[in-house]
Design a protein around this ligand. Structure first.
Ligand SMILES: Cc1ncc(COP(=O)(O)O)c(C=O)c1O
Length: 376
């Protein structure tokens, strides 16, 4: 059965990327593979199979954690996001580790009376990202409260950097690291010695060995994408080893109609494109409902027979039109590559992100989970 729009995953690339990233860290540093949000749009079930070397997995929600367990994952799974208070028991039952930063979550855990098999939690410190996490000045109270609760073990401590991938100047990340180390001192001062200390996203894995602690927590690099141009430049300028990251994903569709329209024809909603010559127009069955960003209208290219075909007119909900006048021999149901390589041409997630005014993370993550994923 053939699909009209699908995503191909390179079977070798994910674990290859993981091993490349691991080379930046000490041998015994654990590797937590971040597979939240449908494995950054790549498809969770297949990506899990393609990452046999991961030690831990991180997801955003309880639903994602339960999905991993249902798929047979036996390794530790950390939920990075909030678990609703009334579902904390479900998370514990599924043996999912919780990221903790609200006292209400601790109270809910304590009410479960988990004496026989304590829940293992990871305390998140907000070191300056202004997202989830306990502020430095709250850490002492928080840990005092946690200590007096039975059935809860503080297994891990974490933080997340605010701008490590956005800049060539890493002063802010260094400040965040200082705050994190202060928080660790407070925790250890209370006689607790959490075993899993983790702060490093992909950019930190590559650029800052001092952020690795006992576990690195990488997402984008596993999918073969650099966190940003700044991360790449910082790597080169700092004479660090640049991991050889191989993009995992190719996004494809098939041409569903080809026709020749005269010069002066309007194309698509709003009549935003008018042909300036007799044009071979091809229709693709992909649109913004599939995650093909509406901002790509009249801007992007797709690859047909290894050549660039311009997107003409607006992106519709389910359709996109391209100009194949300059590509000989195009036929109905020929493949069109939206993202990835075709012969010697390539459209990278970064190129598409530039066209759409966003970042590579968003480009891949927003590919509709409803589309077929297949391993090649
Ligand atoms: C808390 C947390 N840790 C780690 C990551 C992984 O970051 P990256 O994909 O840059 O490696 C993310 C990604 O958003 C995150 O939110």
């Amino acid at each position: 059965m053939s699909s009209l729009v699908w995503v191909e995953l390179d079977s070798k690339a994910p674990d290859y990327n993981l091993k490349e990233l691991r080379r930046s860290a000490d041998k015994d540093t654990l590797f937590c593979a971040v597979v939240k949000s449908n494995a950054y749009g790549h498809g969770t079930a297949l990506m899990l199979k393609l990452l046999p070397s991961a030690d831990w997995f991180a997801v955003n929600s309880i639903e994602e954690g339960q999905e991993l367990r249902a798929l047979g994952v036996k390794k530790p799974v950390l939920i990075l996001g909030h678990v609703p208070i009334d579902r904390i028991n479900e998370a514990v039952q599924a043996d999912l580790q919780l990221t903790i930063y609200n006292k209400e979550s601790i109270e809910a855990l304590a009410r479960l009376n988990l004496y026989k098999k304590p829940a293992r939690v990871h305390l998140k410190i907000d070191t300056g990202t202004g997202r989830q996490g306990v502020l430095l000045e709250e850490v002492n109270d928080f840990v005092t409260d946690l200590k007096r609760r039975e059935g809860i073990i503080l297994e891990g401590v974490s933080t997340h950097f605010a701008n490590i991938e956005d800049t060539l100047n890493h002063d802010y990340a260094v400040k965040q690291l200082v705050v994190f180390k202060d928080a660790l001192k407070i925790i250890k001062g209370q006689g607790i010695d959490p075993q899993i200390i983790h702060t490093a996203c992909t950019a930190a894995v590559i650029l800052f060995p001092e952020t690795h602690f006992t576990m690195i927590r990488s997402g984008i690099g596993l999918y073969g994408l650099w966190p940003s141009r700044e991360t790449y430049l910082s790597t080169i300028m700092g004479h660090r080893r640049a991991p050889d990251l191989r993009p995992v994903l190719t996004w494809k569709t098939k041409i569903i109609q080809i026709k020749t329209v005269p010069e002066g024809s309007n194309v698509g909603y709003g009549c935003t494109y008018k042909t300036t010559r007799e044009t071979r127009l091809a229709v693709l069955p992909v649109g913004y409902a599939d995650g093909y960003d509406r901002a790509l209208g009249n801007v992007a290219y797709v690859l047909v027979k290894g050549k660039r075909a311009p997107v003409i007119g607006r992106i519709c909900m389910n359709h996109t039109m391209i100009d194949v006048t300059d590509i000989p021999g195009v036929e109905l149901e020929n493949e069109a590559v939206l993202l990835g390589n075709s012969d010697h041409e390539s459209i990278t997630a970064e190129t598409m992100a530039g066209w759409a005014g966003t970042i590579n993370y968003e480009v891949v993550t927003r590919i509709s989970p409803l589309l077929e994923r297949r391993v090649v």
